[in-house]
Design a protein around this ligand. Sequence first.
Ligand SMILES: Nc1ncnc2c1ncn2[C@@H]1O[C@H](COP(=O)(O)OP(=O)(O)O)[C@@H](O)[C@H]1O
Ligand SMILES: CC(=O)OP(=O)(O)O
Ligand SMILES: [Mg+2]
Length: 395
Amino acid sequence: MAQPILLLNCGSSSIKYQLLDPAEPGPRAVGIVQRIGLETSTIDHEVGENEYHEETHFANHVEAVAAVVQMFRDHGPSLDDVVAVGHRTVHGGSTFVESTLITEEVIDKLVELSGLAPLHNPPGIAGIRAAQEVLPDVPHVGVFDTAFFSTLPAEAYTYAVDREVTDRYSIRKYGFHGTSHSYVSKQAAKCLGRPIEETKLIVCHLGNGASISAVDGGVAIDTSMGLTPLQGLVMGTRSGDVDPGLHAFLVNSAGMTIAEVDDLLNKRSGMAGLCGYTDMRDVEAAVENGDQASRLALDVYVHRLVSYIGSYYALLGGLDAVVFTAGVGENADPVRKAVIDRLSHFGLKLDDDANRARSKQPRDISAADATVRTLVVPTNEELAMAQETLSVIGR
Ligand SMILES: Nc1ncnc2c1ncn2[C@@H]1O[C@H](COP(=O)(O)OP(=O)(O)O)[C@@H](O)[C@H]1O
Ligand SMILES: CC(=O)OP(=O)(O)O
Ligand SMILES: [Mg+2]
């Protein structure tokens, strides 16, 4: 029996979606809305051989979700036989450690957790509400970014802060992009031809949001995002790591409110804060044109990545491969080159032609004599979400 599932993945700058039946060889429809909130947004909808592209402006995710629904109405396929909808749900806090049937109580909890993922839970909830309106009679399932990291060792997830405070407010490193880190780790082990149980990987998920994880035998042992998706790497608009003393300094000495500091670090920092561009394609073009601010932004981005890779190598006590995924990781060959060229002392070395070649397949881009491999593995959060959704509705 056909079991088509609609998957909605609301990211901070994008919405990815698929209509697929895990029993069929490929998805019935795949789409992506990009550059939400920027001057020109795009929507691409693919049904079999047919591709539909529109350029427009979506101020926010509510407008973008409405456009996705319209694409299905205008160009198909029909959503009439959909049996369930899977939603990427970013922050599950300590309440949700596995995929869950979405009820009104679940949505209330997600609203409560919104302060911890201000760029994600609100768009995610908008996606759930919009899909519930279109498909009110089927189960909707939340698949959490935090789930894969719920088994981090205590020494990795514990902040060195007064235990009484952290216990009272469930403050810990949660980690995000877990569906992607988990899926990509499995694909990477396949690509290496090794059992995942015997594989040590560093997975760089570099999208608009970016995070890196150390995965030992298929189990995450550390990751760069924290209590919120603000910690760690330099991102499109997010600062990643800063001195925690910065908050008090900006409040006490620069006269900012805490809300202004939060807005600054989430929305006006990262690449946007350093050079004015959030999208790596724009940054690369500006660097080509000699823009010094963009050059520095890229250097800071790469420096942060290299230092995390070194630190995770130390934690793993060995390494089979560094794996690049998500929008930047899959497409920005100059970023991969800048990172891997600085890690030759770890045995990493690129084949420059393989690095530059375009493909949608998982691939090894290392030089033949590299002793640690470099892989590019396209993420497919939607496929992993479909499997999770099926298992929840089958329970
Ligand atoms: N061809 C490309 N070259 C360089 N960077 C790209 C390319 N395509 C996409 N990107 C980068 O990927 C980002 C989107 O990645 P994605 O994983 O879809 O993000 P998110 O899910 O966080 O919204 C864009 O903001 C852009 O920086
Ligand atoms: C958690 C997170 O940062 O997600 P995204 O990369 O989709 O913004
Ligand atoms: Mg994403």
